[in-house]
Ligand binder design. Structure first.
Ligand code: ZN
Length: 497
């Protein structure tokens, strides 16, 4: 899907406005509640619009946005959205979602927006937010409804009133990555089996020119990846395993980034079976892998000059007689022995071996994404995601990238004394505790045991992977959260220098 973008350094003329079906104005907000279109700088048919606004105001009937039809042959429908100058990126994205919803409902293939009397500092974030929201609103998400809605997709976005042209490469690249992740994550578990997922990943690898390798159960056994295999054990003829993709830049790279994702195509909980309320929705437990993949797509589109190794841990946490059990002791690929406590803590099992394998190549930075713990959701809700790192000095940049991207992330502590909760009487470490406690922090401490200390590492627990009613610019509950955050984070001193 592609939306053609045109940016204009001029204001829209009367003739241009009269030729349109719809026209959206984003207007600088004033602290004065009596603000009137006559004070909004010059725009087509301003006098008529002002008079109508005043009449509506007298009747207490002004709508937000104020919407009216221009007195021309087309009856151009104009809407005026008032924008405050000091919004956060999250707020710009949230506003843009409403604008996109309105323009999609109006059904015009061309969305025309005029920035009216807005401070120049708002232009770039507004252009980014509009692009991101229009891509999200129009992305052709897979649907299994027998009657499809025939809404017309947006094909063009024309923005008038800019001071300078805005570079939109990153907005478009992250939109594609986010929406691919969102679509994959929404797919039902009988459609997106690990085998089908692998097929789609192979197609993407061909499209983007990534190197592609797959390690099946037998090959993981050869790597002594006992933690990963424990999760595959309950499935009959498992099609899961470890996918390794590599992006190689045009010129010899000086740095390597590793992206890791949890890809549980379904999570029943295993022998510690989930109750109905918590099992429903567990096809989204592969969201972390989709975000890693979406990030790889965005960075490939941006033609970054470093190499990227992307590891996707694909499996289904099934129930079956061969499944792993609490009290089992399992040996991971780095030799660490793990006492199993709860089979629903399978995410950290596949990630343990995947992080150990990814560490071996000594990347300059490693980031993993996982819908890992309920306690992270309990701690943050679902509008933020949690971050955990073995480099505490990253905290400020992690928070800043969350704010800059509008995908807000907050760090949690990683002090060594948390490890006491994972002491095992029989093995090197317990997988988790039997219940309660700061499981999101303990999960990160557990994973830390499988990461080479020399590798700077950030673990993202995707609490905001699903948010009721949509989040920021994303209209669906499945958010694809993490792609925008990562692309901004990689431009901070965490990775760029
Ligand atoms: Zn689980």
């Amino acid at each position: 899907m592609k939306i053609q973008l045109k940016q204009y350094l001029s204001a829209i003329s009367n003739e241009q406005a009269d030729a349109l079906e719809t026209l959206t104005f984003l207007v600088g907000d004033s602290d004065d509640p009596n603000t009137n279109p006559s004070e909004w700088g010059r725009f087509p048919h301003q006098k008529t619009v002002s008079e109508r606004f005043n009449r509506a105001q007298k009747r207490n009937a002004t709508t937000k946005p104020f919407t009216t039809d221009l007195p021309n042959d087309k009856g151009t429908r104009v809407s005026f959205w008032q924008v405050k100058a000091d919004l956060s990126t999250f707020e710009y994205l949230s506003l843009a979602r409403k604008v996109a919803q309105q323009t999609v409902a109006q059904g015009s293939e061309t969305v025309t927006v005029q920035l009216q009397k807005l401070p120049v500092t708002t232009h770039k974030p507004l252009v980014d937010a509009l692009i991101s929201a229009l891509y999200a609103a129009n992305w052709p998400l897979t649907s299994f409804k027998s009657r499809k809605k025939d809404k017309k997709p947006t094909k063009r976005l024309h923005i008038y009133g800019l001071k300078t042209l805005v570079d939109t490469k990153q907005s478009v690249a992250t939109a594609e990555g986010t929406n691919v992740a969102r679509d994959l994550t929404r797919l039902p578990p009988n459609v997106l089996t690990p085998g089908e997922y692998r097929k789609r990943i192979r197609q993407l690898a061909t499209q983007f020119g990534w190197q592609h390798k797959f390690y099946n159960k037998t090959q993981l056994e050869q790597k002594k990846a006992g933690a990963f295999i424990a999760v595959l054990a309950a499935s009959e003829n498992p099609t899961g395993g470890l996918v390794h993709l590599r992006y190689q830049p045009a010129r010899r790279p000086t740095k390597t980034l590793a992206l890791v994702g949890k890809g549980l195509c379904y999570d029943t909980g295993g022998i510690n079976l989930k109750p109905a309320k918590f099992m429903y929705g567990m096809h989204e437990d592969m969201g972390g892998s989709a975000v890693a993949l979406g990030t790889l797509i965005a960075l490939s589109r941006l033609k970054v000059d470093y190499a990227i190794d992307c590891y996707l841990a694909l499996a289904v946490n099934d129930i079956g007689p061969m499944g792993y059990r609490p009290n089992d002791v399992i040996t991971a690929s780095n030799g660490t022995t793990i006492e199993i406590v709860h089979t629903d803590a399978e995410g950290r099992m596949v990630l343990a071996d995947t992080l150990a394998i990814a560490s071996k190549a000594k990347p300059d930075l490693m980031i993993d994404y996982a819908t890992l713990t309920g306690s992270c959701v309990a701690a943050l809700g679902t509008t933020y995601s949690g971050a955990f790192t073995n480099r505490e000095e990253f905290h400020d940049d992690v928070i800043a990238a969350g704010r800059k991207s509008g995908e807000r992330v907050w760090p949690f502590p990683q002090d060594k004394d948390f490890d006491a909760a994972l002491n095992s009487k029989i093995a090197d470490i317990k997988q988790c505790t039997v219940g309660g406690g700061p499981d999101h922090i303990l999960a990160a401490r557990f994973l830390n045991r499988f990461v080479d200390k020399r590798v700077p590492w950030i673990h993202v627990d995707l609490a905001a992977g699903n948010h009721k009613g949509g989040l920021a610019h994303i209209p669906t509950e499945t958010t694809g959260f993490g792609v925008r955050f990562t692309v901004d984070l990689l431009q901070s001193k965490v990775f760029a220098n």
